[in-house]
Design a protein around this ligand. Structure first.
Ligand code: BGC
Length: 761
């Protein structure tokens, strides 16, 4: 509504200034694609059009991939435009032939899949990768994923997930880039560029920005739950990464399962039609999430599936994932005048254009390449890249008295359910990945440490002894094995007693995070806590190696163990990458992109908080704080240690006051004062001291990842422009406001030094 008003005002202004209305623009000549699609659409029946808007899944039987008889029939009749969960060159060729050879208009299928963090070579989970703060590496991992997927028959991935997420109870924080809007937007862009490359030459795939929008804000962190956020939160926090991917040319969007303030995203005309398609001028197509149209009946905004389909397509949805609602009812809705044929045509055009851009009309089998699949999938180069980004993703949370790196001599006890585990290394959303090929921590440690170190392993504890959780996970395709807890503990204590150092690999099993894996208690499960408490009594140096898909509450662990390394689920090469860090072949430099709360009661806790009218004051009872814990998280956004130390000078600004057209240079000298060469992520934050609406205390605006040799110093220069100072003002206008600003530079969002400047009119 708001932008419409503005555009009316602008049109009126243009008329008054020039005295008469501007002449109508001459229509641009039709592109080849337009001509092709227009010709094709002229030949299509309504049924064939609806077919293009329909997507069904393929299945995986024990004997290999399979398609349900009904879907096969539908493909051959032209009632399906897309299949997902189907891959391999041979199988996709078989399905493609069904569509191309048997249908009247020979329109090819588009094959989609959740290629989330790698196809067969699995990279760290997205939250892990984001901790590398290495945009080029993230682009590269998406590029490799695309190369493998495209060689394996796929055209389209349902990634990146760009939901800003600040509630670690929500299992899907694992799939995104953390809590920050600015960094999240950069990472979203890098991932789109990585998947899509410079064009669809057959070695790249179409990306899909998801989940539009607000899914990261489900109440209580409970998956699929209600979302109710202000317009300000939407524009300031939720929407920017989505917009960034539109600017990066993303080919498709997926709506989210949740409602926002009473309207399910999949029926949200304002969100999809008005903002995405009109205001942002997005030209790609929009697919629903899995059966999200049907689920509107449960939401209660429609009475039945037919109405749900009408609400969806009228809101701007172009493709129905798995729900068959368009297939069943859209023809009737059109004949009743509930859906205009132009609306259907717009959707069909968008889907056909995507197929055209992918080159599928020119060659429907362009992505079915047995030779490429054989040579490129899990190539040595891809595995090397996976090891490299896995190392970059690890975050050293604590290293008291330099317990790490470990010596390549003596004896080590490796204890914990994740120590000799392959399945969990590749995390969830790694559908095509073969976990048998992943490197366990035990294997990695043995390979990297060499013969000089004796490493003995004991599982020590089950992931959890909570039968309800085990049963729930295992009935849904999980593979949690439970052994007798007492025997496990005894074995672990025997192994640990004989060792010089104990490495404990603890955390979550991969199924404890991801979709439909919300947790109300985000601590390490009690079975493993008991193990940790017992091991602690031995008084030996303990290194905790954490594997998990979300922030955990680690107050006890932080207080009792000298070294903690966060490794997420690091992918096919996890064991090697973690061992590289443990034994000092690689100096860790990862930084958290999401805060680790002290306790669940602090949630949501994130770094760009506002001050409130009663900022926390230990001497004032009536100030905004808890009685039992500090306000800040245990490990803040941007935090992560290195084996070396870095010192910072106070930042210096080259001007005390700037105009909106000026640039402000900020410089700081960073020195490596420790004993190792290493990398540091130098972070720059700003604060608008007084705004027409209240502003966060810090907002990330830039960073630089720098390598410094031992003893080396470097001057790091940043440039701030007016763009960096803008926000949605009291009238929701995106602008900067004159006044005082602070700029902070430092090693994480908590430890910074500051300088001041003014923006003058
Ligand atoms: C998830 C999506 C995913 C889709 C297809 C849904 O359950 O929410 O993120 O892309 O399934 O697998």
């Amino acid at each position: 509504m708001y932008y419409k008003k503005i555009s009316c005002v602008l049109v009126a202004a243009a008329i008054t200034v020039s005295g008469f209305a501007q002449p109508k623009k001459v229509a641009a000549p039709q592109s080849k694609m337009d001509q092709f699609v227009t010709n094709l659409m002229q030949k299509m029946t309504l049924e064939e059009k609806i077919g293009q808007l329909t997507q069904y899944t393929s299945d995986m039987a024990l004997t290999g991939p399979s398609i349900r008889a009904g879907y096969k029939d539908d493909i051959q009749k032209g009632n399906v435009g897309s299949i997902f969960n189907a891959y391999t060159p041979a199988y996709t060729r078989q399905l493609q032939e069904m569509a191309v050879k048997n249908t009247r208009l020979h329109i090819p299928l588009i094959f989609g899949y959740d290629v989330i963090h790698g196809h067969k070579t699995i990279f760290p989970i997205p939250l892990g990768e984001s901790s590398s703060w290495d945009l080029a590496a993230m682009e590269k991992s998406a590029h490799i994923a695309a190369a493998e997927a495209s060689a394996d028959g796929l055209h389209w991935t349902f990634a990146p997930m760009v939901d800003i997420a600040r509630d670690p109870r929500w299992g899907r924080v694992a799939e995104g880039a953390g809590e920050d809007v600015w960094l999240g937007s950069q990472i979203a862009t890098a991932r789109v560029k990585g998947f899509q490359g410079a064009g669809f030459d057959g070695t790249t795939i179409m990306a899909c920005t998801k989940h539009y929008a607000g899914y990261g804000f489900v109440q209580g962190g409970r998956d699929y739950n209600v979302v109710d956020v202000s317009q300000r939160t939407l524009w300031e926090t939720i929407l920017p990464p989505f917009k960034a991917t539109v600017d990066a040319g993303v080919g498709s969007f997926m709506t989210s399962f949740n409602e926002i303030a009473g309207v399910p995203a999949t029926a949200n005309k304002w969100l999809v039609n008005d903002v995405l398609k009109k205001q942002w001028n997005y030209k790609g197509f929009v697919v629903t999430d899995y059966t999200a149209i049907n689920e509107m009946v449960n939401h209660g905004n429609v009475a039945n599936e037919k109405e749900a389909g009408e609400a969806a397509i009228n809101a701007g949805i172009d493709m129905d994932m798995q729900g068959a609602v368009f297939a069943k009812y859209l023809k009737q809705s059109v004949s009743e005048g509930k859906v205009k044929i132009q609306t259907v045509n717009d959707a069909v055009r968008r889907v056909l254009e995507a197929k055209y851009k992918l080159g599928l009309f020119a060659d429907p089998y362009k992505y079915c390449n047995e030779e490429r699949a054989k040579t490129e999938i899990m190539s040595t180069a891809n595995l090397d890249a996976a090891r490299d980004i896995a190392r970059k993703s690890l975050v050293l949370l604590k290293n008291y008295q330099q317990v790490l790196p470990l010596k390549k001599s003596g004896s080590i006890a490796l204890i914990g359910p994740l120590g000799d585990d392959k399945r969990d290394m590749i995390g969830n959303w790694s559908g095509a990945g073969d976990w048998h090929k992943s490197v366990s921590l035990l294997e990695g440690m043995k390979a990297v440490a060499g013969a000089g170190v004796e490493i003995n392993y004991a599982k020590g504890a089950n992931f959890t002894d909570n039968k309800a959780i085990v049963d729930q996970m295992n009935t849904q395709g999980g593979d949690l094995v439970t052994d007798d807890p007492e025997t496990l503990l005894k074995q672990a204590m025997d192994v640990a007693r004989k060792a010089d150092v104990i490495v404990m690999a603890v955390g979550e099993s991969q199924g404890m995070t991801g979709e439909a894996a919300s947790r109300s208690d985000i601590s390490i499960p009690e079975s493993q806590q008991r193990l940790m408490r017992e091991i602690y009594t031995l008084g030996k140096p303990v290194v905790l190696v954490l594997m998990n898909g979300r922030p955990l509450t680690l107050q006890w662990e932080d207080a009792h163990f000298p070294a903690i390394l966060e490794t997420w689920f690091a992918g096919t090469e996890a064991g090697n990458a973690i061992a590289d860090v443990l034994f000092g072949n690689y100096n860790p430099a990862g930084k958290l992109t999401i805060s680790f709360p002290r306790s669940v009661g602090q949630i949501p806790v994130y770094y760009d908080m506002k001050k409130t009218g009663r900022p926390a004051d230990p001497n004032n009872k009536y100030s905004s704080k808890y009685l039992d814990i500090p306000n800040d998280p245990l490990y803040p956004f941007g935090y992560g240690l290195s084996y070396t130390n870095f010192s910072y000078t106070q930042p210096v600004v080259d001007k005390k006051a700037i105009k909106t057209t000026d640039k402000l240079n900020v410089s700081v000298t960073v020195s490596n004062t420790g004993n190792y060469d290493g990398e540091e992520v130098v972070q720059l934050y700003i604060r608008d001291v007084v705004g027409s609406v209240t502003r966060p205390m810090k907002q990330l605006r830039n960073f630089r990842k720098v390598f410094l040799r031992k003893g080396e110093s470097k001057e790091i220069k940043f440039t701030l422009t007016n763009e960096d100072l803008k926000f949605y003002d009291a009238n929701m206008k995106y602008t900067s406001e004159p006044g005082d600003f602070k700029v902070f530079v430092g090693s994480n969002s908590r430890d910074t030094q500051e300088a001041d400047f003014k923006l003058i009119p």
